[in-house]
Design a protein around this ligand. Structure first.
Ligand SMILES: [Zn+2]
Length: 371
């Protein structure tokens, strides 16, 4: 019996199981380094073969634009990322397909392909214009983080000095318009007050696509116990982030200083700005930060969140390809079965693991997109 259980723990998630990771930054490598993610690579943390190996057949591809892209420059950069995503979809149509809702995810994953779910990371990317938000929706984008590392003109960020006391009236309009369109409101990166303001306005469940627990690792990007409980009450999901400072208290200090250094923003536009972004991105990856975090830290955060929110409100939002040093034992997305095995070993049932690894977030997608 013990042998049989040990064997079960080693099995990858079944092919027909939906595996969702609500935040990967792999598109940065496609846009900046022209990476072909159709091939398995030793660079970065995710590509199509490694997503399959990890059982993550429905990742959220983040269209992340740094906050030093201002106004229309942020819109241009978002379109560049959407175009990079289209190149992946067109050149590997046998492996990957765009998913607009939960039924698309079901159909695409059953066919053995990867379902790409698109999300914008940072409210500044709509350039204070609801029409831009609506066009993003038309381009197949189904989720948006209200802010990034800096405040924008209508939402305070968790890693900046508050100027709006949460969401402005326009910020509340953004949330309402996202509800109306069927786009998921993502509260990762927002300040605590912005989080509670968004919850007070939204009529649909929200997600914290890539945040962990502040009670374990005290950084502003993580959620307090009270926020996690409130998110569960809203019907939402917290996707546990694998970034070293998010998971391990010893790494938290390093994360705080890294966030502070983002303060200097260059006054550039066009190609000069894109070149600056490429240098920043490569620098980050060529000099990974020292890290103490391990797969056990990821298990501890999942377990803490489940105890607060219940099994139906916790998911995975690794931030792979956007984090400096992944945890030991979870070096890239192909290692996800090891996390499933660690949870089973802790007493989580097969059904519990399926919920955390995708079904919970799939439920939110269905409730928000209506399909
Ligand atoms: Zn992020």
């Amino acid at each position: 019996m013990r042998n049989a259980l040990a064997l079960l723990a080693l099995l990858p998630l079944r092919a027909q199981t939906v595996g969702i990771d609500s935040h990967i930054d792999t598109l940065q490598r496609v846009l900046i380094d022209n990476a072909d993610i159709g091939q398995r690579s030793s660079r970065g943390h995710a590509d199509l073969p490694r997503l399959r190996e990890g059982g993550v057949n429905a990742p959220f591809f983040a269209l992340w634009v740094p906050t030093y892209y201002k106004g229309s420059e942020a819109v241009r950069r978002t379109l560049d990322l959407r175009d990079a995503m289209q190149r992946v979809l067109d050149s590997h149509s046998d492996q990957i397909e765009l998913a607009l809702n939960a039924s698309d995810i079901g159909r695409i994953t059953r066919s053995g392909k990867i379902a790409a779910f698109l999300t914008v990371e940072g409210g500044h990317q709509i350039d204070d214009d609801l029409a831009v938000l609506r066009v993003y929706h038309r381009l197949g984008i189904r989720s948006m983080t209200l802010s990034h590392f800096r405040n924008n003109n209508w939402a305070d960020s968790s890693t900046d000095k508050p100027v709006h006391n949460g969401l402005t009236d326009f910020g509340k309009q953004v949330v309402r318009e996202m509800n109306r369109l069927g786009m998921i409101v993502d509260v990762s990166h927002v300040s605590d007050k912005t989080f509670y303001d968004a919850l007070a306005v939204t009529t649909r469940p929200v997600i914290a696509s890539h945040s962990s627990c502040r009670a374990i690792s005290d950084v502003a990007r993580n959620m307090t116990d009270d926020m996690i409980r409130a998110l569960a009450k809203n019907g939402g999901v917290i996707g546990i982030n694998f970034g070293e400072g998010f998971l391990n208290p010893k790494d938290a200090e390093l994360l705080k200083s890294a966030v502070n250094s983002i303060a200097k923003e260059p006054a550039l536009t066009g190609k000069a700005l894109d070149d600056y972004a490429a240098r920043q991105f490569r620098d980050e990856f060529e000099h990974p930060r020292r890290s103490f975090s391990t797969i056990d830290d990821a298990v501890a955060h999942i377990d803490h969140a489940v105890k607060l929110a219940g099994i139906d409100h916790v998911g995975i939002g690794s931030d792979f390809d956007g984090i400096s040093a992944p945890p030991k034992g979870l070096e890239d997305i192909s290692k996800m079965p090891a996390l499933a095995a660690a949870l089973r070993k802790k007493g989580y049932s097969e059904q519990d693991v399926r919920k955390i690894f995708g079904e919970n977030t799939l439920r939110v997608i269905r409730e928000v997109t209506g399909k």
